[in-house]
Design a protein around this ligand. Structure first.
Ligand code: C5P
Length: 235
């Protein structure tokens, strides 16, 4: 392995980015950084403050100075995300966050705030980071760029299974509609939108097992790590 590797994994909601990136990190000794959790954490902060739905008229840049975010990747593959010392890892998965996160992620000051943290956290270690704009905006010169995709149907079924394991039943059509809505919001954002980087390797996971995807990504990283210096390394 090279001394410092930056691996960017982008793709739509439910494509399996987070789950496979965590496992790849454990297998190759990288630190996993969950960028979506930071957008969720900022959304959590504003929801706590306002006790009501968030909309685009809010000046999300104003209070960013009052938000201290931390994230720790644990040896069991989980991450602990905290806002001003409060562990929000569970609460940022609530539906209220998912419903309100769009306007927060659209705000350019929030994106700049999150991006500078992501870059700072990656400055001295090898990382694998998942999100929507990691290979395009956060690390355009990443050593490896992966774009994970899967059909809406497959992503919906995965989500339903995931919630089923937690004892929750979800309506298939409602889940599909939410996925389509999030895709459209993530892809149409004026800044930092979800788009495949030209030099990203695209993996359609619809017909693949989770383990198959993990092995393929590990293979790509190891192959890349044994090759010529990347543009970032040459700088
Ligand atoms: O990855 P996750 O589903 O947790 O991301 C939640 C939301 O955070 C996305 O739907 C998107 O609005 C936002 N996000 C983003 N840019 C990223 C990661 C997440 O805008 N790099």
């Amino acid at each position: 392995m090279k001394e410092r590797m930056i691996v960017a994994v982008d793709g739509p909601a439910g494509s399996g980015k987070s789950s496979v990136s965590r496992e790849v990190a454990l297998r190759l000794g990288l630190t996993y950084i969950d960028s979506g959790a930071l957008y969720r954490a900022v959304t959590w902060f504003y929801l706590e403050q306002r006790h009501g739905p968030l909309d685009a008229s809010i000046d999300f840049g104003r209070e960013l100075g009052a938000i201290a975010l931390t994230q720790e990747f644990l040896p069991d593959g989980s991450s602990v995300t905290a806002v001003n010392g409060t562990d929000v890892s569970a609460s940022i998965r609530d539906e209220a966050i998912t419903k309100n996160i769009g306007v927060v992620s659209d705000a350019v000051p929030v994106r700049n705030f999150v991006n500078s943290l992501l870059r700072r956290w990656s400055s001295s270690r090898s990382i694998i980071m998942d999100g929507r704009d990691i290979g395009t905006v956060v690390f355009p010169d990443a050593d490896v760029k992966i774009y994970l995709d899967a059909s809406v149907d497959v992503r919906a079924l995965r989500r339903i299974k995931e919630y089923g394991e937690m004892g929750k039943t979800l309506d298939e059509n409602a889940v599909k509609n939410l996925i389509i809505q999030r895709d459209s919001q993530d892809k149409s954002r004026p800044f930092g939108r979800l788009v495949r980087a030209e030099d990203a390797i695209c993996i359609d996971t619809s017909e693949m097992t989770r383990d198959g995807v993990i092995e393929e990504i590990c293979r790509i990283i190891l192959e890349q790590s044994a090759t010529e210096p990347t543009p970032r390394e040459r700088q």
